[in-house]
Design a binder for this molecule. Structure first.
Ligand SMILES: [Cu+2]
Length: 475
């Protein structure tokens, strides 16, 4: 009896409603002092040495977050885990900032309210995050430039952050009409995360620089403002109908158009652990008013009125908290989206051949190296890098159905890449500052039906990076 009672108490505590709720605010809602205080905390956790554990955010550094994101990129995007994986990541990052003195909660950038004028915001100025550059060069001004003493690896091997985007975001109106007012399931809301407001924000603000890199985007501190915005959209949708809070379905990898490289799909479940965010399951991050998350969002210009789809049978819709707020937005149609995508096609040579079952085989030549890719049916190349490509739905019809065009495709391989350590490097010792993260076991890869070659190739990159860090070759 005693035991039963304490078990019941335990269950109540685990689901306890939080008492001190944090309101996550929009960048423009902060005072200048708050903007600087937020940035100061970001710099503090970036300066921490890697803790190589993913449970205690008071010890985690920005690199712990970036490395984990890169190591999990293959299933944290373009599949059902996308929204919950990133929500867990954000909450841990928020706690890390708290431990560095910033208790004002995560900050979001209301991109939908400034689809064409985003780069005119004070955020992208010498006072704060720095101006957007045209090429792959390091940030030239702002508090995250090298000159200001900010050191992060960047994706370019130059120990700096680069940010070279341009273009138009999905407007609030477009998101309200095409996402929020039509989605009646978690998977419909997530849609194609590689090509919707999430993927578009990365590409528009990051271009071919850090934010545009599917693996290493968290190296630009802007990542967290973008993803908090993405999380706000998820949160907004969850407010509509009672069942939406816990609605969660879909597959890990693959879907209607299985990616030949990732194999067949496997359904998700709320009790499945979220990879690398130790001790957390998807269910732990559904309700933002639970004890662990304990946050809500401020109202901002992008919170425009719209008519949501009817709630599932037997449920009464919650009141739309932003029913009276309307804002003028620019119409963004499919043609313009398609036009913009077309300008992002790879600069190297690309040869396309017919594949099996609607797939296509593509040869991309980059810096005189040729790689072969298999592109799933219904997808086309969105962006190509020398090491990998990302794809998007071939047409708007495919984009409406969740087409599962993966964010990252690595070259087809039949043999695993081995890590050949350069002579000037050695494996981390127990006392080394940087350690390898825990890599996936063969079994974990099998269970998820993931691409073995691709995962191991990414491990090799991480190992090389860690070795170079320990050898002081990267600062
Ligand atoms: Cu991500």
């Amino acid at each position: 009896m005693q035991l039963l009672l304490s078990l019941a108490l335990l269950a109540i505590t685990a689901n306890a409603v939080c008492t001190k709720i944090t309101v996550r605010r929009e960048w423009g809602q902060l005072s200048a002092a708050d903007k600087n205080a937020y940035i100061a905390a970001v710099k503090k956790i970036t300066a921490r040495p890697m803790s190589n554990q993913y449970k205690d955010p008071t010890k985690m550094s920005t690199d712990d977050f970036s490395t984990t994101h890169a190591a999990n990129a293959h299933w944290a995007h373009a599949n059902a885990e996308f929204l919950v994986f990133h929500r867990a990541m954000l909450r841990l990052y928020e706690k890390a900032l708290e431990s560095a003195g910033w208790t004002g909660g995560l900050i979001y950038l209301d991109e939908g309210a400034v689809p064409t004028t985003w780069n005119k915001l004070d955020l992208f100025s010498k006072d704060y995050f720095g101006s957007v550059t045209r090429t792959q060069q390091c940030l030239t001004d702002g508090q995250f430039s090298k000159a200001s003493g900010f050191v992060d690896l960047g994706d370019n091997g130059r120990s700096c952050v680069s940010r070279c985007g341009s273009g138009t975001m999905w407007s609030a109106k477009y998101i309200a009409t095409n996402v929020l007012s039509t989605a009646t399931t978690y998977e419909q809301l997530r849609g194609d995360d590689t090509a919707n407001y999430h993927g578009t924000g990365h590409m528009v603000m990051g271009g071919n620089c850090d934010m545009g890199n599917p693996l290493w985007s968290p190296r630009d501190p802007l990542f967290y403002l973008h993803h908090t915005y993405v999380d706000k959209i998820y949160w907004k949708w969850q407010q509509l109908c009672p069942s939406y809070v816990t609605d969660y379905e879909g597959n890990l990898s693959a879907g209607k158009n299985p990616n030949p490289l990732l194999g067949n799909s496997r359904p998700v479940s709320p009790t499945l652990p979220l990879d690398s965010w130790v001790g957390l399951t998807a269910a732990d991050v559904f309700d933002t008013k639970n004890d662990f998350l304990c946050y809500t969002y401020s109202k901002s210009a992008g919170d425009i009125d719209y008519t949501a789809a009817k709630c599932p049978k037997g449920q009464t819709a919650n009141t739309n908290p932003w029913a009276t707020n309307t804002t003028k937005t620019r119409r963004q149609d499919e043609t313009r989206l398609a036009k913009r995508a077309a300008t992002k096609l790879p600069s190297g040579s690309v040869t396309v051949a017919e594949g099996i079952n609607g797939t296509s085989q593509v040869q991309v030549t980059c810096a005189s190296k040729t790689s072969n890719y298999i592109i799933p049916a219904g997808c086309v190349i969105h962006k190509s890098f020398c090491s990998h490509i990302s794809v998007k739905p071939a047409n708007s019809e495919a984009a409406k159905k969740d087409s599962h065009c993966p964010m990252v495709i690595r070259p087809a391989c039949d043999k695993e890449t081995d890590y050949v350590r350069a002579d000037n490097l050695k494996a981390p010792e127990p006392t080394s500052v940087y350690q390898y993260p825990s890599f996936l076991t063969d079994k974990q890869i099998r269970v998820r039906n993931m691409d073995h070659c691709g995962v191991r190739a990414s491990d090799v990159n991480v190992m090389r990076l860690v070795d170079e860090l320990n050898a002081g070759l990267r600062v």
